[in-house]
Write a protein that binds this ligand. Structure first.
Ligand code: NDP
Length: 471
């Protein structure tokens, strides 16, 4: 497997396996000088990359997709070791990265300009051109896929990028960058700078020569990053997570909905921005739905993601586990819900050295409980009952987030009402969590600003230049 040389040879950040605490590797702790150096090189590279034929850029992205697919098993293994997710999920994520490269390869160069003619002004042309050096700060929960979403549109449009992976899961990102270089991408067109958010992340957000910053992570960090970016007038994309609601109506296919709730909540140990974080179930089917969910959750195999048969790995960090557990405890202590499954930290073998938390179901949860309002980034499924659709939609909208939401029904009027009234950047019908690269992805309210994916992302990374030629 190719790995990418990182800038700086200073102190290092160790990367630990969340399943057993063992050391997986380490990366240099980058500095503000490393960021300066990376930005300077990326500008040099921009002069050439931005003038390259989009077809040549496509070829590189296609080749990168192929190389990543060929190395899928190694990359997935590394991802599971540093992040904790089951190998099956890592395999899918690596394939997802390749697919994103292939998708952007297929649309590189499609955003052509515009032309018109006017008797007074003459020829009126609109040329679209790349911005320059763009930056990305990415988290640890889906490092490969999110890296793909960030770099795909940037490189396809002829921009160059400086990317900071998370401190706790940087290794797969570096390996993926290595595959892009092997595919022919100039190393200065994608500079990876490892190190902490406070140092490297903040230096990127503040840097005056960066034209766009795309960030995925917590709301509080996103606000900080946006403040720095505003001072240097960067275009900004913020993807700040969600508290997605799932509404299960009385006519829903209960079996499909129960399976959807379990996969949509416990996938990636619940650490996905668009995971199902709250479920509202019609009172007429509440008992049967809960019963089926409980059966399915009882069958989930929790353990080391590298072991065959594991359905759910550990939480990524101990801090994540503490946050999750305190929200569960708070719900119970304040009589705002009842634990039906899980709800505690296992400490017997094979769990004692990892950040494990058992899949948890909370029932009869007060829709106003913090566990229903905050982004619970872990394996906790809080379920509430509703009597009318309007109530369910009102509860679903009653958070500061607005990333995704799903409605489970076959009634067209109900579907139309949900599509109209749910405050969410994505509304799923009879499914949840799936995000194809072709369509825009992003949230409303505190879930963020701007959209990633699809041709909408290309537009973010291009700016219009108007040209008027007098006849
Ligand atoms: P953060 O927002 O702290 O981390 C995300 C990225 O931002 C990381 O690369 C981090 O670097 C970097 N960063 C941290 N501080 C700064 C800063 N001051 N300036 C610039 N960059 C910075 O998220 P956490 O990992 O702490 O997770 C906390 C919560 O955030 C989760 O529980 C979840 O609710 C939410 N979250 C949402 C995600 C999503 O997909 N929308 C993804 C991850 C988290 P470093 O790794 O060095 O800390």
């Amino acid at each position: 497997m190719t790995t990418q040389p990182v800038t700086g040879e200073r102190e290092s950040c160790a990367v630990f396996n969340p399943a057993d605490g063992s050391l997986v590797g380490s990366v240099p702790a980058g500095t503000a000088d490393d960021v300066d150096d990376a930005v300077r090189r990326a500008w040099e590279s921009f002069q050439i990359w931005s003038r390259s034929d989009p077809l040549d850029r496509s070829k590189i992205l296609f080749t990168a997709g192929r190389l990543v697919r060929e190395d899928q098993k190694n990359l997935a293994h590394l991802l599971t070791r540093e992040q904790g997710k089951p190998l099956r999920e890592s395999m899918n994520e690596i394939a997802g990265f390749a697919r994103v490269m292939e998708y952007y390869a297929s649309i590189s160069g499609i955003m052509q300009g515009d032309y018109g003619v006017n008797a007074s002004y003459g020829h009126m042309m609109v040329k679209r051109q790349p911005l320059g050096v763009c930056a990305a700060i990415i988290p640890w929960n889906m490092p490969a896929l999110i890296m793909g979403w960030k770099i795909g549109p940037v490189l396809a449009t002829g921009n160059t990028m400086v990317l900071k992976p998370s401190t706790t899961a940087p290794l797969t990102c570096l390996a993926l960058a290595g595959h892009l270089y092997q595919a022919g991408l100039p190393e200065s067109a994608l500079r990876m700078v490892t190190g902490s958010g406070e140092v490297v992340g903040e230096a990127l957000a503040r840097h005056p020569d960066i034209r766009s910053l795309s960030f995925t992570g917590a709301v509080s960090t996103g606000i900080q990053v946006a403040e720095h970016a505003a001072k240097t007038l960067k275009k900004t994309i913020l993807e700040l997570g969600g508290s997605d609601a799932m509404i299960v109506c009385h006519d829903a296919d209960t079996e499909a909905a129960a399976k959807g709730a379990v996969s949509g909540r416990f996938f990636n140990c619940g650490q996905t921005c668009t995971a199902i974080k709250r479920v509202f179930v019609d009172s007429r089917i509440y008992d049967s739905f809960i019963h089926r969910v409980q059966e399915l959750v009882g069958k989930l195999v929790v353990g080391d993601g590298l072991k065959t048969g594991t359905d759910m790995g550990p939480l990524h960090t101990i801090r994540q586990r503490e946050n999750v557990h305190s929200l569960v405890q708070g719900t119970v202590d304040n009589n705002q819900g009842t634990i039906l499954a899980g709800g505690y930290i296992p400490d017997t073998p094979p769990y004692q050295y990892g950040n494990f938390y058992l899949p948890t179901i909370l029932t009869d949860v007060d829709p106003d409980a913090p566990v229903m309002k905050e982004e619970v980034f872990g394996p906790v499924l809080p379920v509430s009952v509703f009597d009318t659709l309007s109530d369910a939609i009102e509860h679903a909208n009653a958070t500061r987030y607005g990333l995704g939401a799903s409605i489970w029904t076959h009634d067209m009027r109900t579907i139309n009402q949900a599509i109209q009234d749910l405050d969410a950047g994505i509304v799923w019908v009879n499914q949840h969590l799936r995000i194809p690269p072709e369509v825009p992805f992003g949230g409303m309210k505190s879930s963020g600003l701007g959209r990633e994916n699809g041709r909408y992302a290309l537009l973010h990374y291009l700016e219009e230049k108007t040209i008027l030629i007098h006849p």
